[in-house]
Ligand binder design. Structure first.
Ligand SMILES: *Cc1c(COP(=O)(O)O)cnc(C)c1O
Length: 402
């Protein structure tokens, strides 16, 4: 770089004047630059020959974003001999749509389950169908149904699973599913948003691709949107997946990656507390006369308790429950809760509550909603890390009004 001392005022305004300091930042620096400079023509040529060796343009990669991706890759690969590849995207939806468009082609089909994140169902039905990629819904816990679906439909190239699932917290046996998929010659992808790698590491069970909405527990503070795609093979990431991130422009924003990186620093301690509090709240609710049923895989009666115990280290911060007072009860509870916030997200440090029938599923036909497990009195709770006494006291006074 040339010296800038001789430049006129307007030019000095335009230029950035990095002072080379011999200091090493202890925390990850935020590097909001759209591009990177080259010293000379040769450096530029080398960079464009292999863009993975250096940074060129932030849509292709950025040091702040890559550092956060590296942390997440290390977490998902903590027990593996080789660290998986990870690329961050602008949102969880961007991660899902980018992965699917990278690994599937027109004429292929996806096998998935009825109870997945609502946005994913919509993406598959509205966007991918239009692109000639069909989706078939089955209960992925039913091995015979999965085998039958795949062996009668050679178009199926991918099984897409979510476990624990939203909002009933049902779990799918990942080892069984990946073994079956390998046997039948199809690949497997998981949305690991609810569990995070702190509680469940799907690569250890043979799953091929992991996606995350890092917006939730991984960031944990509800102040950034981002997503992640992970796969075991760095070559596959580089040749097949990353070009789609780059060309679809679904790359992660620098500031959001930086916030995510800070959030992940406390993931371990936050997840322990989320689990402690969710276990206690689930127990409290399961003994409450106004509650007919609690969905939490940590409860011994939950249908997925044994699978969750086998493949997760603990049971997570999400639970849902059924109010005997139905639709009206749900609305009353929402309004009566004081400390717990009504917010359509999850995984934040504070306790969040959602009554799908009167909010996210308000426009969904009642029959269809109920067929998907969203009953009138169902309440979903993302249990935060506050003092458990305050969470239970808030529910106690609110339930008394239902
Ligand atoms: C929120 C969420 C998504 C979508 O993520 P965004 O970051 O909102 O795009 C996908 N899957 C699950 C399980 C989620 O909770």
């Amino acid at each position: 770089m040339n010296d800038t001392k001789h430049l006129k005022l307007a030019s000095l305004c335009v230029k950035d004047h990095l002072v080379e300091a011999k200091v090493k930042p202890h925390a990850l620096p935020l590097m909001p630059t759209s591009s990177f400079e080259f010293e000379d023509a040769q450096e530029s040529i080398d960079a464009f020959i292999d863009t993975s060796k250096t940074h060129v343009y932030s849509r292709y990669g950025n040091p702040t974003v890559d550092a956060a991706a590296r942390k997440l890759a290390l977490l998902e690969g903590v027990n593996l001999s080789d660290t998986p590849a990870c690329v961050l995207c602008s949102t969880g939806m961007a991660a899902i749509s980018t992965l699917l468009s990278a690994i599937l082609s027109q004429g292929d089909a996806i096998l998935t389950q009825g109870s997945i994140y609502g946005g994913t169902t919509e993406l598959l039905n509205k966007v991918f169908t239009k692109m000639g990629i069909k989706t078939i819904f089955v209960d992925l816990r039913d091995e015979a149904k999965v085998r039958e679906a795949i062996s009668t439909n050679p178009e199926i190239k991918l099984i897409y699973v979510e476990t624990p699932s939203n909002p009933s917290l049902q779990c799918v046996d990942l080892k069984k599913l990946s073994t079956l998929a390998q046997d039948l010659g199809v690949r497997t992808a998981i949305d690991n948003t609810f569990a995070t790698p702190y509680l469940q590491r799907p690569f250890e069970y043979g799953i091929d691709y992991i996606i995350h909405s890092t917006t939730k527990f991984l960031n944990g503070h509800g102040n950034s949107l981002a997503g992640a795609i992970l796969c075991r093979s760095h070559d596959e990431m580089k040749e097949k997946i990353w070009p789609h991130v780059k060309l679809l422009g679904t790359s992660c924003a620098v500031f959001d990656a930086w916030l995510l990186n800070t959030g992940m620093r406390t993931l371990a301690i936050r997840m322990e507390r989320h689990c402690d509090n969710a276990e206690a709240l689930a127990q409290y609710l399961s003994e409450h006369p106004k509650v007919s049923h609690v969905n939490y895989p940590g409860l011994p009666h939950h249908e997925s308790h044994s699978i969750a115990s086998a493949q997760m280290t603990r049971y997570g911060g999400m639970l849902s429950f059924e109010l005997r007072a139905g639709l009206e009860g749900g609305k009353t509870l929402m309004t009566a809760l004081n400390m717990c916030s009504i917010a359509p997200t999850l995984g934040d440090v504070d306790t969040l509550v959602l009554h799908p029938a009167s909010s996210s599923h308000l426009r969904v036909e009642r029959e269809m909603r109920i067929a998907n497990g969203i009953t009138d009195g169902l309440v979903r709770c993302s249990v935060g890390i506050e003092s458990i006494e305050d969470i239970i006291a808030d529910y106690d006074q609110a339930l008394a009004q239902c």
